[in-house]
Design a binder for this molecule. Structure first.
Ligand SMILES: Cc1cc2nc3c(=O)[nH]c(=O)nc-3n(C[C@H](O)[C@H](O)[C@H](O)COP(=O)(O)O)c2cc1C
Length: 204
């Protein structure tokens, strides 16, 4: 961590909105991190019991942060029952963590169709064959489902399964954390205030 020791995050360095700040940090992470878009996504069930797993961010703009998944998966079921999520990413070479919290809404069918159409064919067939998070008897069951989908769509486009699509985390909080010496890290947190954002500094 000595390579980043001394780098700080001051209020004056911060962009005026969290999206611009995320983009600035992401650009720097892209040069140094193999999969900078891999984030942990936490959801919770109706009772508030949490679960967490990695997903890939496939887009972000002023509306929020988008990932794609199977809507019938465990996370999909939790999001239907309790449409809130938290994301976290840590970019080790930069000593930076970003946390996002917010409500979750499905992206439009058109947006999901566009993204699905651009995926490799093998991933499209896998999305149809795999009922994500359901129990399998064995590996052969999955392989057989993929073979069946491959045969069914031979020579044709693979349609997006209706349950598979994008979700957008619409942030009400985005925190930028910068490692500093002696655990005196910088934590600047955007909180949504009406149509804008307020920034607060949090103790490390
Ligand atoms: C680096 C990485 C990226 C992943 N990206 C995704 C993704 O974008 N979408 C997805 O559904 N699962 C992704 N997964 C798999 C999930 O972590 C998880 O196994 C799966 O979504 C089922 O989670 P659930 O049972 O909690 O719904 C990824 C796993 C890893 C390790």
């Amino acid at each position: 961590m000595s390579d980043v020791a001394g780098w700080g995050l001051a209020e004056g360095d911060l962009a005026s909105d969290p999206l611009s700040q995320f983009e600035a940090w992401f650009d720097e992470a892209r040069a140094l991190v193999r999969l900078p878009e891999a984030v942990a996504l936490a959801t919770a069930d109706r009772e508030g019991v949490p679960s967490v797993r990695m997903v890939l961010l496939k887009g972000w703009d002023e509306r929020g942060f988008v990932f794609y998944t199977d809507g019938t998966s465990r996370k999909g079921a939790e999001l239907s029952a309790n449409p809130y999520a938290a994301l976290v990413v840590y970019w080790d070479p930069l000593g930076r963590q970003v946390r996002v919290e917010g409500g979750v809404v499905p992206v439009s069918d058109e947006e999901s169709d566009r993204y699905f159409a651009g995926r490799p064919r093998g991933s499209q067939l896998a999305a149809r064959a795999s009922h994500q998070s359901a129990e399998l008897a064995d590996r052969a069951e999955l392989d057989a489902a993929v073979a069946a989908e491959t045969a069914e769509h031979e020579g044709a486009d693979v349609p997006r399964p209706p349950e598979w699509g994008g979700f957008r985390v619409v942030p009400h909080l985005v925190e930028f954390w910068q490692h500093r010496e002696d655990r005196l890290h910088d934590r600047l947190c955007f909180r949504r205030m009406g149509s804008g954002w307020a920034v607060v500094r949090l103790s490390p």
